[in-house]
Design a protein around this ligand. Structure first.
Ligand SMILES: Cc1cc2nc3c(=O)[nH]c(=O)nc-3n(C[C@H](O)[C@H](O)[C@H](O)COP(=O)(O)O)c2cc1C
Length: 219
């Protein structure tokens, strides 16, 4: 069994108004990246693996904050993030799908904004039933609007997508390592019900669903 760390240290640094995050229109927490833990990066890399034996149990809000921060959080005061992005253009958004709803992560304000209320975990897959047990399913979505504020001339569209996919590669690995520090399992997934997710998450047509990742307690 993977090492399970106490969340006490992080809990002391993360503020949440209530212990439940069910169906709130907005969830706020402070920067989850300032905590420390006892799992070395090398040990976490030794232990990295895909898990599919999830049990249906909610992540704590501390765990949620930590995983989202690893996925797309800021780690510097200049707004730059944990994971690199070509030309410093952060074109990948992270949607958090829990038993309660679909949320969009706002990395600048450490907030989750409710997009759709209800259990939509199954539509983050094309039929792999374990996704409905994982407490959290992340969906990585590329948005071309991010390039509107680029300091330099944006690359052609196909290269924008390629760059976004490379960032997602880093994001999924950061999440995998962060999950391990909490004793949680993860599974990266290319199989996503894209049409359904796009509809329910109200994604505009210019957005592209790149990848999904289940995170949760494992047997
Ligand atoms: C881009 C990508 C897409 C993947 N898609 C799926 C998927 O849809 N469903 C699934 O169960 N696993 C998926 N995986 C996980 C791989 O099957 C897994 O990483 C591979 O079997 C190696 O096992 P390991 O991660 O335990 O080393 C995906 C992995 C990557 C990198």
């Amino acid at each position: 069994m993977k090492k399970f760390l106490s969340a006490t240290l992080l809990a002391a640094m993360i503020f949440l108004p209530t212990t439940s995050y069910a169906a709130r229109s907005e969830i706020s927490f402070l920067n989850a990246g300032t905590g420390s833990d006892n799992l070395s990066v090398m040990t976490a890399l030794m232990q990295r693996q895909t898990d599919r034996d999830f049990v249906d149990k909610d992540l704590t809000t501390v765990q949620l904050a930590k995983i989202l921060w690893a996925a797309n959080g800021n780690n510097r005061t200049n707004g730059k993030r944990v994971n690199p992005a070509a030309m410093g253009v952060y074109s990948v958004e992270v949607y958090a799908v829990t038993k309660e709803g679909i949320y969009l992560y706002d990395p600048d304000n450490y907030k989750l904004k409710l997009i759709a209320e209800g259990d939509f975990r199954s539509i983050t897959s094309t039929g792999q039933s374990f996704v409905s047990k994982a407490g959290l399913n992340l969906v990585y979505v590329e948005t071309p609007k991010a390039w509107e504020n680029a300091k330099h001339t944006p690359p052609p569209r196909d290269r924008q997508i390629a760059f976004a996919n490379i960032s997602v590669g880093s994001m999924i690995q950061s999440v995998a390592l962060a999950a391990q520090t909490e004793g949680l399992g993860n599974c990266v997934r290319g199989s996503i019900n894209r049409d359904e997710f796009k509809k329910v998450a109200k994604l505009s047509d210019d957005k592209t669903i790149l990848l999904a990742q289940s995170v949760g307690y494992i047997e």
